[in-house]
Every structure is written in C-alpha cells, then in structure tokens.
Design a protein around this ligand. Structure first.
Ligand SMILES: [Zn+2]
Length: 213
C-alpha cells in the first residue's frame, strides 16, 4: 500500500473519504486537524483554532513527524489536512526524504464554494465515536432526535462550522493550499476528482489507488 495525500477545500468530504479509505485499505487516517486538536491543551491556542487560524508550520510538522513513525503507518497512511501551504509541502518533502518514505498518491478533491458552504452549515459530528452527519445530505442524516446512529450520543456542530470561519478557511485554501496542488502538479501526477456524493467520489478515488498500487 502507498501513502495517500488528500487535498481539498473545506467540506469537500475529504475526512469522510479518508475514513472510508482507511477502513478499506487498513491504513491510518491522519487528520491533522484532529491530531493538532488532541495535542493542544492550552486555551489561547484552542481559541486560535476556533477562529479559523492555523498553527505554526514547524509545530504541525513536528507533531506529524512523530505520528507517521508509529508502527501502524508502516504499510502507508492517509494525510488529511496536510500539507496546507507551500512551506509545509517543502518541509514534508525533507521529512519523507529523511525517513525514506514515499510521497505516494496525491488526490485533489474539488468542490465549489457555494456547495461547500451549504454542506458546512449542515454538518454535525459525534464527539463520542467520531461519526459525521449532514442535515443537507440524504445519505448522511442523523437520527430524528439529533443523536448519533452508531452510538446514540447527542451530536454537535464543530465550533469552526460557522459562515465567518468557513469564509476564512475557504479563502485560506485558495491562497495557500491551492498553490500546493500546482506545485505537486509540476513534478508528480496529481489526480483531480469532483466531490459529487460520497459513493461516487469514493469509487473514483478507489479506482485511482487500484491503478497506482
Ligand atoms: Zn457516535
């Protein structure tokens, strides 16, 4: 199995796809957002995250370096939310060179800003089991009483799922993350996929992986 890098604007379904790939190929889904949230314990940094700000690239790389050396990554891993900017992409190149890892398969999932906003405003997550729901997606609706279908816990909105934070995250994607796609596209095969619905998008990604491995 190979490493997989998923790059997409907010609400393209990147996390959901990463989770499905993780199950199918039995390799870990490394969500940088979750990894950083779990590593950050002080309130000031938590507030920065809530406002849609991003943490220092060196700190993120340092957290990631430890994570990808764990034994569950030996057959590959899926990166979700990294690299977020050119500096991170270049730091990551140095890191994988040092560790003798492969860059792997790079997939860009595309979605329009309007569609992404619609999805963000409907998103609900289960803090107990990590399941993700969406009030605007027929296949992702939670229980009628607003609880998780898997574990019955009450669902919550992520604190950064509001319009202001979304606009900031989407602009940041265009300004900082899109150049990463262009950068990779100069020297690697980047696979471009439209985010339509979970199943169609998953099948397209799965086809790419089976052709590459
Ligand atoms: Zn749950």
């Amino acid at each position: 199995m190979s490493n997989i890098i998923l790059i997409a604007p907010p609400a393209a379904g990147k996390g959901t796809q990463a989770e499905l790939l993780s199950i199918k190929y039995d390799i870990p889904h490394i969500s940088i957002g979750d990894l950083v949230r779990a590593s950050v314990t002080d309130d000031d940094t938590k507030n920065l995250l809530r406002e849609g700000n991003l943490l220092d690239d060196d700190l993120i790389c340092c957290i990631l370096e430890k994570r990808i050396q764990k034994s569950d990554c030996k057959n590959g891993y899926i990166l979700d939310g990294f690299p977020r900017n050119l500096k991170q992409a270049k730091m990551y190149e140095k890191l994988i060179y040092k560790l003798n890892f492969d860059l792997g398969i790079i997939i860009s999932i595309e979605v329009s800003k309007d569609e992404a906003l619609r999805r963000v405003l409907g998103r609900l997550t289960c803090n107990n089991c990590g399941a993700v729901y969406n009030e605007t997606e027929p296949t992702m609706i939670p229980n009628e009483n607003g609880t998780c279908k898997k574990c019955g816990s009450i669902l919550e909105r992520r604190s950064d799922d509001n319009i202001e934070s979304f606009m900031k995250r989407f602009e940041t994607f265009i300004e900082e993350t899109k150049p990463v796609i262009d950068y990779y596209n100069e020297s690697h095969d980047v696979h471009f996929i439209k985010s339509i619905n979970i199943e169609t998008t998953f099948n397209e990604i799965d086809n790419i992986i089976r052709n590459e491995v």
